[in-house]
Ligand binder design. Structure first.
Ligand SMILES: [Zn+2]
Length: 296
């Protein structure tokens, strides 16, 4: 019979494989989990704090459902709040997390980006408790913290804060990507390519600009080549959703990628999301189109 520690390490290993190309996982993938030495191990359950039956007391994972403002869950010094189950600090699930804190047992953290899709991170440690706010404080750490005696070694606090803050930034980007791809039903707004693996969420106004908010109306789902072409102003979009190719590119002669993939897009209409409320913002497109014309 495998020990809890072995199962935890197998879970981390499995997650490593699952997230090789995409760190966003579906609910069903997490619920089905995997089989380890004849035992099926689910990674999530109906409650946010999840302990598989084979575990005695300390949970395996903590999960935050999709919420519109993830900043609710970040402490003043950049760590993560994880709310108690209910209001009783002695509830079994809360007691289990407290035990994870005392023993510094590594857990998995799942954060809902949209309903049914989760960004995963591990190992995560419970590092504090805030009973007034009915919450624990959690911090991410690097994989090497799984080595014996390293979890609480010197410098762990700063390292964990840094890794947790990077995760929050990634959360931001991944959430933008998932929402934009969902709005466009995972197709390129220029060429209809439907392979999510080959699609990006492009910003109309870049995120370094104060107007460049990570909202669907400032996004376009674009395939990799069209994203790069849009960023370099080879392709523009008018505020009334017409795709325009830079004249010098229209004159060039080259193979099928240029001909079918770029030149034939000229004067085509942008492929829009189903819901008009998710259409690209015309004012942002107008700003962007000005930059495109300047680059011509
Ligand atoms: Zn495309």
């Amino acid at each position: 019979m495998a020990s809890e520690e072995q199962i935890r390490l197998a879970v981390f290993q499995w997650l490593e494989e699952q997230t090789r190309f995409d760190d966003v996982l579906d609910w069903s993938t997490l619920l089905n989990g995997f089989t380890f030495e004849g035992q099926r191990i689910s990674l999530v359950g109906q409650q946010g704090i999840w302990k598989p039956k084979v575990f005695e007391f300390i949970p395996l994972s903590i999960r935050t459902s999709y919420q519109s403002d993830y900043r609710d869950g970040v402490t003043a010094d950049g760590l993560l709040y994880y709310r108690y189950r209910g209001t009783d600090p002695r509830h079994r699930d809360n007691a289990g997390l407290r035990e994870a804190m005392h023993k510094q047992v590594p857990l998995v953290y799942f954060h809902g980006l949209v309903p049914g899709k989760y960004l995963s991170a591990w190992p995560v440690y419970i590092v504090g408790e805030d009973p007034v706010n009915l919450a624990f404080v959690a911090a991410l750490d690097d994989r090497r913290s799984l080595e014996p005696d390293r979890a609480e070694s010197e410098g762990a606090e700063g390292r964990r804060r840094y890794i947790t803050t990077s995760f929050t930034a990634r959360l931001h980007q991944r959430s933008f990507r998932v929402r934009v791809l969902e709005a466009y039903q995972s197709q390129c707004a220029f060429c209809r390519l439907r392979r999510a693996e080959l699609l990006d969420a492009a910003h109309i106004i870049p995120d370094r600009d104060p107007l460049g908010e990570p909202v669907i109306t400032n996004g376009l789902a674009l395939c990799k080549i069209h994203h790069a072409a849009f960023d370099r102003h080879f392709i523009g979009v008018t505020p009334d959703y017409t795709i325009v190719i830079r004249p010098e590119l229209l004159r060039e002669k080259d193979g099928p990628m240029l001909r079918h993939g770029i030149q034939e897009m000229h004067n085509q209409r942008l492929i829009l999301p189903k819901r008009p409320s998710q259409y690209p913002d015309r004012d942002l497109l107008a700003l962007r189109y000005e930059q495109f014309k300047k680059a011509m």
